[in-house]
Design a protein around this ligand. Sequence first.
Ligand code: ADP
Ligand code: ZN
Ligand code: ZN
Length: 728
Amino acid sequence: MSFVEVAIKVPLHRTFDYRLPEQLDGLSSQLHVGSRVLVPFGNQRKVAVVLALKDTTEVPLNKIKSIFEVIDDAPILTTSHLDLLRFTARYYCYPLGETIHIALPSALRQGHCPDKTSISMVALTEKGAKLPSLKAKSQLNLLKQLAQSGKSSLTELKALGFNKKTIDSLISKELINQSIEHDNLWQQQAPTVGTKPTLNKEQAVACTAINQSTGFNSFLLEGVTGSGKTEVYLQCLEEVLKRAEQALVLVPEIGLTPQTVNRFRRRFPDTPIMLWHSALTDNERLQTWRFCEKASCAIVIGTRSSIFLPFLKLGMIIVDEEHDSSFKQQDTLRYHARDLAAYRAFQHKIPLILGSATPALETLHKAINNKYQLLSLTQRAQTSTDNKFQLLDMKGQPDQAGIAHASLATIRQHLKRNKQVMVFLNRRGFSPTLICHECGWLSECTRCSTSATFHKAIGQMICHHCGEQHPVPHQCPDCGSTQIFPNGKGTEQIEEFLTGEFPDTPISRIDRDSTRRKGSLEKALDEINLGGSRILVGTQMLAKGHHFPDVSLVLILDVDSGLYSCDFRATEHLAQLVTQVAGRAGRSGEPGQVLLQTHFPEHPLLQDLVNNGYQDFARFAIQEREDALLPPITNMAIVRAEGHSIKQVVDFLTDLVPVHGLTGIQLLGPIPAPLERVAGKYRFQLHIQAHDRPLLHQYLAQMVDYLSTSKLAQKVRWSLDVDPIDMI
Ligand code: ADP
Ligand code: ZN
Ligand code: ZN
């Protein structure tokens, strides 16, 4: 075999062929599919991943270049992993080379083998064991340390105060050496299992169904917060561990709390459990990657991108809070980790568990059509009472800072009983705009078609879309009047108002502004968990994951904005949010109270949600989507384009719309994006829909092909979003 086909990180939808150089020719048995090589590309050297070894190529022999060198002795990607990445690239219409690049930990994106410097154990060589006399004291100390302790990990040595320089110089003197050690002991013995409750009937039914399934099976575990889903995961994981197989537990970014992790660690104290999230260092990522591929790690609890980890023997995937939008990447490779999880489970012929109190309509639709097996947990494991929902009609109601007087009275009652009250508003800042009382001027971002938010505490106007920031004006820029006032409400204003109204009650505000500083969220959560009467004010950051046992009242202020929106998913998201937020109340035994302030109490969606719960609402909403021919009944993709010239943007999209239409494909657009201008650029969209998924993908593939040669495409920034989850 004299040629290799490789993927390179370039924005092109194709692969490249290279020749094996003469001196490598005989060594081609050492070159593997899935290994990295260094290749000439234009006048650069680039890292490439070998996709195939072959005897022939279509590239003319006088044009084909030779690879420079082979980086890896052994492949860094198995063929099944490459298959996953190929599927991902194809499904999301993203270049394979860039897809691979995104999936790899950054330490492996560069062209060297970094393991030796990161995850290794250090020991004395024969020469070092003789403890030769050395001038540098630190080096001598390190030798003595190793003579005493034997083989030690780099981390340990660093903790003892030895620095990298000392270690490196001893390595270069061949007095110590490094090796990578992996320990698979957990596979050889049954896992130690911490105390666990006896499952209730519904949990037992769910566990049995999952544990007795063979091959690929998807389960939707539908149950309110506190109904014992995590307990089901844990007891299913136990079986996976007994089979000496690995498991991946995907959680939303915000759900990866110490509480969650500790619960897994307490249950399986001897089992190697590793975490994967955005705050890991490059070395930690590489380490987790290596441990997965060697099966030295049994369980990974990770956010979105952990779906790309290379498990040696994957036995189960769990996606907790599967409806959460953080599973979808919103730029570059716009993948959905839940959907890729389904592919991986299918690939490995293993069970997939999707858990949620408020399943995405996509998932529920599959369950209703028996593609996924529906397992319901209908009772709270520890309390059997349900929350009391109440719609508060705001029409004609006196209010302050957007809080009805009736709501204030209810807050007061709960605080008197030493309970906690959660006030929820999905808008940070003091007010979304400033308005001039004289001329009607509104504070707008100069670069976006949206308002600039007033942040009172720091005295700044900030655009939440492009980040533009400037000091609060003292006068109206249009008429010079000093009569400019906040217009609308944000969490900062609610906090200020409630502080005045309840001066003796501590208030915790939780939003992106108040938690920006490292550790501040943890501090706020600790304070809340001390118990005692308190008001919690926050955005959706409050809605997820956390346990607040003392919250007995939840007040939701901005229900109406979700009822009438241009995004067809807005009602679904509102219902999920209301249910999740409401799930924070009543976790300590007595039913919680949930108050929704609205001007549309008669709205059928709200009525359905409040009277019959999310389950009922969701089935009704699927019916609505069916009537409107929208996802999940149909399949959708959006081409987004932006640029400084409206004409170029619109021309680019118009060019994609065939004159005579296409059978089976519906096109809508070009239409302006909901935010037509952001950071000075105009944004338009083309919506593409098809009942038939293969047909949609066939069409998208052709389109991407066409775009690679389109001159118009070079004048704008465009992206393709397959299965978009928001319309922005
Ligand atoms: P979810 O993941 O659905 O929010 P959890 O699994 O966290 O629910 O369960 C909520 C609480 O109930 C936890 O404290 C858990 O330990 C407890 N729990 C779960 N299942 C049982 C059970 N069968 N018996 C007793 N307590 C249980
Ligand atoms: Zn004015
Ligand atoms: Zn802006």
